[in-house]
Ligand binder design. Structure first.
Ligand code: SF4
Ligand code: SF4
Ligand code: SF4
Length: 272
């Protein structure tokens, strides 16, 4: 039972959120939504502990596809960054604001960039490409994320200014935005031979995710006294994290998506 502790705790956290929001808002949607997400995460983590190789992908598709297809395409909720600004500026506590608060702004203080490793519907597709580890040096173009971040905010401000900020417009933006993300993400993955190039250079959400995940409670720790410096962990890391250094200031520290590949590779179990 001990080895399933994390799975049980995370399910309990999501269930607490589900029940609290249900009671606070009276909306059954929150109960079902967060229970489903908690179940995917709990079952997936339990499968991972039981040694199933595709447990992370199970969670990633379970949560990512649900959010994209059900919440996005069927319920017409814009959960991209434009949707966050739209709901925030409208003063509405919509699904978009809650989603950002839990998964991308405050949640990362607890579970770092778990969203990026286990739930993001953009990465869910990008991870299917064959470039699991970057095959070239990191590019110095990470500044693009700040430009995309600013453009998304400016776009929503302009929509409000011209009286076009409606749910319908936001739904259209959701469709166009996702299409653009997928096309750009796939092109970059192929050009740079790196599935996660979009995450490293373009994704505007990292403007929230990176600083918050720096303080994350959940992180891969290295027992440097055990490490034999074989660098196997570094070779499998999709995000080029200097994971065999235990400092929070390690190289690309805020890029870790908690995928656990490094842990599985370590011959002396120095990573926890
Ligand atoms: S960096 Fe952006 S695109 Fe990549 S996994 Fe995270 S949220 Fe998704
Ligand atoms: S391989 Fe390890 S350090 Fe790299 S992203 Fe995955 S969990 Fe983080
Ligand atoms: S795989 Fe383990 S032993 Fe090898 S460098 Fe990484 S932490 Fe150290």
């Amino acid at each position: 039972m001990k080895k399933y502790k994390t799975a049980i705790i995370l399910f309990a956290v999501f269930e607490t959120i589900a029940i609290s929001l249900w009671l606070a808002t009276g909306s059954l949607f929150y109960l079902l939504n967060f229970t489903y997400i908690g179940l995917c995460i709990g079952v997936g983590l339990a499968l991972s502990r039981a040694g199933w190789k595709y447990a992370r992908e199970f969670i990633q598709f379970g949560v990512g596809a649900y959010m994209l297809v059900f919440l996005g395409l069927i319920c017409k909720e814009n959960m991209q960054i434009e949707g966050f600004w739209y709901y925030l500026l409208s003063g509405v506590l919509g699904a978009g604001v809650l989603h950002y608060a839990i998964a991308k702004i405050f949640g990362p203080l607890l579970f770092g960039r778990g969203w990026c490793g286990y739930a993001c519907w953009t990465a869910m597709i990008l991870d299917l490409f064959p470039f699991k580890q970057p095959q070239g040096p990191r590019k110095k173009i990470g500044f693009i994320r700040y430009i995309v971040f600013a453009l998304a905010l400016i776009l929503v401000l302009l929509l409000f200014h011209y009286g076009k900020a409606t749910k319908h417009t936001m739904f259209l933006l959701f469709l166009i935005g996702n299409l653009v993300y997928y096309v750009v993400g796939i092109l970059l993955a192929i050009m740079f031979k790196d599935n996660r190039a979009f995450c490293k250079y373009i994704c505007p959400i990292t403007v929230f995710l990176k600083p918050m995940s720096y303080f994350s409670l959940l992180r891969i720790r290295c027992d440097e006294s055990k490490c034999i410096h074989c660098d196997k962990c570094l070779k499998v890391c999709p995000m080029e994290v200097e994971v065999n250094n235990n400092s929070r200031k390690r190289k690309n520290a805020t890029e870790c998506i908690l995928c656990q590949k490094c842990k599985r590779e370590c011959p002396v179990k120095a990573l926890k």
